[in-house]
Design a protein around this ligand. Structure first.
Ligand SMILES: *Cc1c(COP(=O)(O)O)cnc(C)c1O
Length: 381
């Protein structure tokens, strides 16, 4: 029988989420708050204020709306609530999360144009600009900030300027980048930014959030295609009495509030960016020394998560590699690229450079144990 792993010995989650959280974030959940409890309502208001601050904006220009569910629910909430019945969306796609937005529009029967780009090259901005000039009636442009399937950062500031020039609203899935990659929503012409509790803010899963330009939110009255995902109604509920319309994830919100305080203590977005970047640099240098090759050109690679090509050796077996790392306390992630076999290693969450060094030591052990010869010089010393 499996032994129960004590909390201090949880495996490190080097994944796109859920992620490793601090002990204090987990401890914040050891309370039962009533959803109408004054302390709880004040905490929700403070969460909403702090989220806007992380995006460099404030009410009344922008509003923070919390939405139950995982990140995808909030993405779906934006499309289902904020695209008018005769609206038309231009979707910029260079990975699995971009494709998910395409699926959302299909299911919602929202008219969409899709510009698909290779997953391992920079976006052709000229093509997007021309598409916007050519297309009639595009009301919304949508893109992913950090395409978590590869780890690529897309130039949302430039895309936002293109959308604004075309008179279209701009929707950004910043799920895996928000609060760890500096971004000023207004300067980037972002009308709706979506992220979730369990990514770079290092909370636990249970809800996501949308930072919306107030004018964009207000124009959407009557457009919602879903009751529970109605973004405007959710905002109006939060504004009216500070409460969620339906059962809020009280424990996840308590954890998230603590996570926001810890983010501030770390130096805010800049502090978190610095730690993640050091994690990334430590990871990449170490993995290269072991003979692993990144999927992306380093110039395109962000510092959130890295995709690695399967090594070209007959001894390679991802499942075995994964299980042996897991047995050593490190959880990595399968790949999500459509044109190459990859696996992924994330370095977000409560992970520090010493954790990455411990991971690298474990990878080295596993490589030797599996008898892989990645460089010709990996072997027992
Ligand atoms: C994590 C993530 C999502 C949301 O995934 P959920 O499983 O619904 O939380 C969406 N987009 C990106 C870019 C992500 O990294």
């Amino acid at each position: 029988m499996d032994t129960v792993i004590p909390p201090a010995r949880d495996k490190l989650l080097l994944t796109p989420g859920p992620l490793t959280t601090s002990q204090t974030v987990k401890q914040a959940m050891l309370r039962d708050y009533g959803s109408r409890d004054r302390a709880f309502i004040e905490r929700v208001a403070d969460i909403r204020r702090r989220l806007l601050g992380l995006g460099g904006v404030a009410s009344p220009d922008y509003e923070a709306v919390l939405m139950q569910g995982s990140g995808t629910y909030a993405v779906e909430s934006v499309f289902s609530s904020c695209v008018p019945p005769d609206g038309r969306v231009l979707l910029v796609v260079n990975g699995a999360y971009g494709r998910r937005m395409v699926r959302i529009c299909e299911v919602l029967r929202i008219a969409a144009e899709v510009e698909v780009f290779p997953e391992n090259a920079t976006l052709d901005l000229r093509r997007i600009e021309q598409r916007l000039q050519r297309s009639r009636g595009v009301t919304h442009v949508a893109a992913v900030h950090c395409e978590t399937s590869t780890g690529m950062f897309n130039p949302v500031e430039v895309l936002g300027a293109l959308a604004a020039a075309a008179g279209a609203r701009f929707v950004v899935d910043a799920m895996s980048s928000f609060a760890a990659v500096p971004l000023d929503l207004d300067k980037a012409h972002i009308d709706y930014l979506v992220s979730s509790a369990n990514k770079c803010i290092e909370g636990v899963p249970g809800f996501a959030f949308v930072l919306a330009r107030r004018a964009a939110l207000l124009e959407s009255r009557g457009w919602a295609r879903s009751l529970s995902l109605d973004l405007l109604a959710q905002w109006e509920g939060l504004e009216a009495n500070g409460q969620f319309r339906f059962t809020p994830p009280t424990h996840a919100l308590a954890a998230f509030h603590q996570a926001l305080l810890e983010l501030e203590a770390e130096g805010g977005v800049a502090g978190r960016a610095a730690r993640y970047r050091t994690n990334y640099e430590t990871l990449v240098a170490g993995m290269r020394a072991l003979g692993f090759e990144e999927y992306l050109d380093p110039a395109l690679q962000g510092y959130i998560i890295t995709s690695y090509r399967y090594p070209a050796t007959a001894r390679w077996d991802f499942e075995q590699f994964y299980q042996q790392l897991s047995a050593r306390g490190f959880v990595i992630y399968p790949g999500k690229t459509s044109d190459a076999d990859c696996f992924r290693i994330g370095n977000i969450g409560r992970i520090f450079p010493e954790d990455i060094r411990a991971l690298l030591a474990a990878v080295r052990d596993v490589v030797m144990e599996m008898g892989m010869d990645l460089m010709g010089d990996v072997g027992p010393n």
